[in-house]
Design a protein around this ligand. Structure first.
Ligand SMILES: [Zn+2]
Ligand SMILES: [Zn+2]
Length: 363
């Protein structure tokens, strides 16, 4: 399966991060499961778009994708296994505020909240059919008590004396072409033009708090173990800036009987040597709903696979198939009487009835 992430997002190989982001936003909005209820094709597309953006939206991963010298992709289907940077799941540690404040110092770009990661475990059925799930997220948000200012009641400020409230300071630089005056962000107030007189007691003047939030996330059908999806804007929030994304790493619980590839189900089904010899009609379990009828033809060899059309994951208009691998079971020991009867029966067989044995002996 060779998916071209550039084609999926409809952008050129040389597209800028902004172009990629905007293409992703448009497509994600169009194909979001909430806007296309019950539409599996849209759900698939949505999944694909997310997967593509997961890679192309990240410079590092994009470079790796463009130049795949390292093994970046896991098994089939483009699921990520060796995903860099996922070791630090859980708490972001103490540097979270530093990270946010770094942006104010720069003064050039808009504040950007950090991406946060969560792991979500889906049952085999949830992953196959899609589900909505409440996910607990701990993230940084602007403090509500001070309106994200860090000052008590959001009002206890004084004008910054360093920049006289403008947030900018002029400075003169000596260059080979003479002196040049330019402006930069006031280092004392970080460009705000004001400084905190009395700190907000709730956030201790940090302007941000750690908040526990529950988000209801919609997972489209056919999610795979190890898949990573991103939910835009649900990461750390910053006042007056762009929130980070929530990166969701999905674990799918294995099923007792089935494995799955896309919408197709796979199962190993034991039959007796008698069923293998003379054939049978049986009912095999389905992932959902009633058991499915299956005919075992006479003379079935062990490891024969029978395809049950349409018995895979049922997504309404689209149905996967079920592949049943038959394993022939033999009695562990036979009684005297059974042995005699089988010997007697054996004499009734002709050599020509055993094709493989016959052709081997001819060689
Ligand atoms: Zn506060
Ligand atoms: Zn200032």
């Amino acid at each position: 399966m060779d998916k071209n992430y550039y084609d999926i997002l409809g952008v050129s190989k040389t597209a800028s991060q902004d172009e990629i982001k905007s293409a992703y936003k448009k497509l994600a909005f169009k194909y979001h499961p909430d806007h296309n209820p019950g539409d599996e094709a849209a759900a698939d597309k949505f999944k694909e778009i997310n997967e593509a953006y997961q890679v192309l939206g990240d410079e590092k991963k994009r470079a790796q994708y463009d130049n795949p010298t390292q093994s970046f992709f896991g098994g089939e289907g483009g699921g990520f296994s060796g995903f860099g940077g996922f070791s630090g799941f859980g708490e972001g540690g103490g540097s979270i505020f530093d990270n946010i404040f770094n942006f104010f110092g720069g003064g050039t770009s808009k504040a950007q909240g950090r991406d946060i990661q969560v792991r979500v475990t889906l049952s085999f059925e949830e992953a196959a059919f899609g589900t909505a799930k409440e996910v607990a997220v701990t993230r940084t948000e602007p403090c509500s008590a001070c309106g994200g200012t860090g000052a008590k009641n959001g009002t206890e400020f004084t004008k910054c004396s360093n920049c006289n409230g403008s947030g900018k300071v002029r400075f003169v630089q000596n260059t080979p072409y003479g002196q040049m005056a330019s402006e930069r962000v006031c280092p004392k107030c970080g460009g705000k033009g004001k400084i905190i007189k009395e700190s907000c007691p709730k956030c201790m003047g940090k302007a941000y708090v750690r908040a526990n939030t529950k988000l209801k996330l919609t997972f489209p059908p056919l999610m795979d173990n190890g898949q990573v999806v991103s939910v835009r804007g649900e990461g750390d929030k910053v006042s007056g800036g762009v929130p980070g994304d929530l990166i969701v790493a999905i674990t799918v619980t294995p099923h007792k009987l089935f494995t799955r590839k896309g919408a197709d189900l796979y199962m190993t089904y034991p039959i007796t040597v008698i069923q293998a010899l003379i054939g049978d009609k049986v009912k095999v379990p389905a992932l959902k709903g009633d058991p499915v009828s299956m005919s075992i033809p006479e003379g079935t060899l062990s490891t024969t696979t029978i395809k049950l059309k349409g018995a895979g994951v049922d997504l309404g208009r689209r149905k996967g198939d079920m592949y049943v691998k038959l394993i022939v079971d033999m009695p562990k020991s036979l009684s005297r009487e059974q042995k005699d009867k089988i010997k007697e029966l054996g004499e009734m067989f002709k050599d020509s009835q055993f094709e493989s044995v016959r052709s081997f002996n001819r060689k």
